[in-house]
Design a protein around this ligand. Structure first.
Ligand SMILES: O=P(O)(O)O[C@H]1O[C@H](CO)[C@@H](O)[C@H]1O
Ligand SMILES: O=c1cc[nH]c(=O)[nH]1
Length: 234
């Protein structure tokens, strides 16, 4: 047990999928894993461990924002031995071609700051995905015929931005979408020598205003979960 995760030491798998939403973790575990057991309930941050095609997998919520993800990813890696962490999240599309329900593989994640900024100091570190996971996810998405994009995303510290100029410049520089966790996940993975990838489903579009409901965000992201599982064990 750690401060934030109530699981016993052997109850977390080496492969962990991390949605921001703990209820999405529950839905995904019940939908895609067999013999799924709830291994964490501390603070309502649900985690489940079960079996997918003979492989042990944990699906554990990260909460919203990089400070929250940092707590869970640190404990999963350092205390429980997680070696592959795949964020499965929602994102706001920036580009005309990143449409609602499209899937984005985050090759890199830019940010204004991350929890690691205090230790990286003046270094403008480039957080990047694990190449093996990224290429496997791309192949899995292509094979399924998913509308897929690979590229840079923005990990924001805020959901409600007051900086229209900011969004405009990120869009102009080819950033595909905005979310709130991937950059810190990639930095932690690099620090501890483990594999990480963020797979995102576009849940709303920052320019057109089209959006999915909260219920759809919890339950309609099956394609992304299957791509994540296939990539993890490719
Ligand atoms: O759907 P999740 O995985 O939570 O991801 C996105 O949704 C939340 C904001 O609504 C943030 O956590 C953002 O990164
Ligand atoms: O962080 C997020 C996630 C989904 N949509 C947004 O606009 N921002």
């Amino acid at each position: 047990m750690t401060i934030h995760i109530g699981a016993k030491p052997d109850e977390i798998a080496e492969t962990v999928l991390m949605p921001g939403d703990p209820l999405r973790a529950e839905w995904a575990a019940k939908t895609f894993l067999t013999d799924a057991v709830c291994v964490n309930r501390v603070r309502g941050m649900l985690g489940f461990t079960g079996i997918w095609r003979g492989q042990r997998v944990t699906i554990h919520g990260s909460g919203m924002g990089m400070p929250s993800l940092s707590i869970y990813a640190n404990e999963l890696i350092r205390d429980y031995g997680a070696r592959t962490l795949i964020r499965v999240g929602s994102a706001g599309g920036y580009q005309p071609h990143t449409l609602v329900r499209d899937v984005i593989l985050a090759q890199a994640a830019c940010s204004v700051s991350t929890p690691s900024s205090t230790i990286l100091r003046e270094v403008n570190y480039a957080p990047i995905a694990d190449w093996g996971l990224l290429s496997a996810a791309y192949r899995a998405g292509q094979a399924r015929g998913t509308r897929l994009h690979v590229g840079n995303i923005f990990s924001s510290d805020t959901f409600y931005t007051e900086r229209a100029d900011h969004t405009e410049q990120l869009t102009r520089h080819g950033v595909l979408a905005v979310e709130m966790e991937a950059a810190e996940l990639y930095i932690l993975a690099a620090r501890y020598g483990v594999r990480a990838l963020a797979i995102l489903t576009v849940s709303d579009h920052i320019v057109t205003g089209e959006e999915l409901s909260a219920d759809q965000r919890e339950r309609s992201f099956g394609e992304m979960i299957e791509i994540a599982l296939e990539a993890a064990f490719a």
